[in-house]
Design a protein around this ligand. Sequence first.
Ligand code: GDP
Ligand code: MG
Length: 443
Amino acid sequence: MSQPLRVPALSLVVLVGVAGSGKSTFAARHFRPTQVVSSDGCRALVADDPRDQSATGAAFEVAHLVTRHRLANGLLTVLDATSVEPAARRPLLELAREHDVPAVAIVLDLPEELCARRAAERPDRAVAAAVVHRQHMELRAGLHGLRAEGFAAVHVLRTEAEAAGTAVDLVGSPLDRRAEQGPFDIVGDVHGCLDELEELLGRLGYEIARDGAGRAVGAHHPTGRRAVFVGDLVDRGPDPAGVLRLAMGMVAAGDALAVAGNHEHKLVRALGRAGAGVGAGGQAKVGGNLARTLELLGAEPAEFQAAAFDFCAGLAGHLVLDGGALVVAHAGLKEAYHGRDSDRALAFALFGDTTGERDEYGLPVRLPWAEQYRGRATVVYGHTPMFEHRWVNNTLCVDTGCCFGGSLTALRYPERELVSVQARREHYPPVRPLRHEPGVAAS
Ligand code: GDP
Ligand code: MG
């Protein structure tokens, strides 16, 4: 028995194989009928006859249209057509990119004679051996270029036994936490303000656990509520390492969830071990603010530094919670990116919808995505410090600029109550006066 194929639960699966290679059989065995879009099925839809080759153009138009709508709806889609030519795969890769889902190729590269025999014997629609031969040549010519074409993964099944005996495991995205029901306390940008965080958690009813040295290492709510940190735990405030210690303890114990902020992203890059996920993208410029976080982390034991790195590098770009009704992302997230794992979805979640320009304070100018938001999910985010909380189209910013002398705020969800504690002092001079209206500037 071969290893199961691991396929992202939200992806576009493109089956690649000549007539008679067993694509439709494989699709029927591993996927639900509604997940499979087949060229033969679409020919039948438009021409009443799956064999009518004159209907091919219309059939692919329908296949691509159905695929587009399914991907927009966040549904796994399996394309069952030969797809042996790059030109047939190109529009599918384009659809996957457009909808921020990975494209996965499953190639049924079985012996040509076997496929030709099966194709000829197929009772409903026999395919000539010469056609199978041409398809086989095309498949072989393109096989090694599939990754370069843009497939995130390429799985090749080479024998009848492999095709029949290989299972498919659908792997859920770490962003997809829809099964987590809450209730949650969604905490805004902490930025190293440990005293205020402890006070806020206390006000919310959490019991703080301490180590022998009296440091906060966890916090548990007696009724099972969980905190969700919107990112930017570090930088600016007095104790980024202490905030990390508490947040990491809570996440490890299942008392909290967390998403990455742009400051964790930068920290991970500065620590220099560019890898997958949030940390990808090379070395960052180290400004004074980050240099101080690095210095404070550097004073911690090596195990803590390593754990902090792993924690920050492993943070999700955003989380989809409560059956899809709640999305938490550091800088907010438009609906098209909910549950999507692409680079541009991550960039939006970390930095917002920036125009590429800078304002008079040298900060990135952001597009007011929340004004245009019409999505079903409630989006709770931080990143943009504000004095006032105001719901905008089912979105709420909970960053109230604690490090700048504002307050630290949590949203109780689903109650939609706000709980805030005042900053002890102005820990860090604001680069620009705090806004009263949501949505325009980044920090
Ligand atoms: P497609 O043209 O690639 O979609 O191939 P099909 O799935 O229609 O399979 C072609 C023929 O091969 C059909 O008659 C199938 O019943 C048969 N077939 C597919 N997979 C297997 C297999 O694993 N073992 C055997 N014996 N026959 C298979
Ligand atoms: Mg078929």
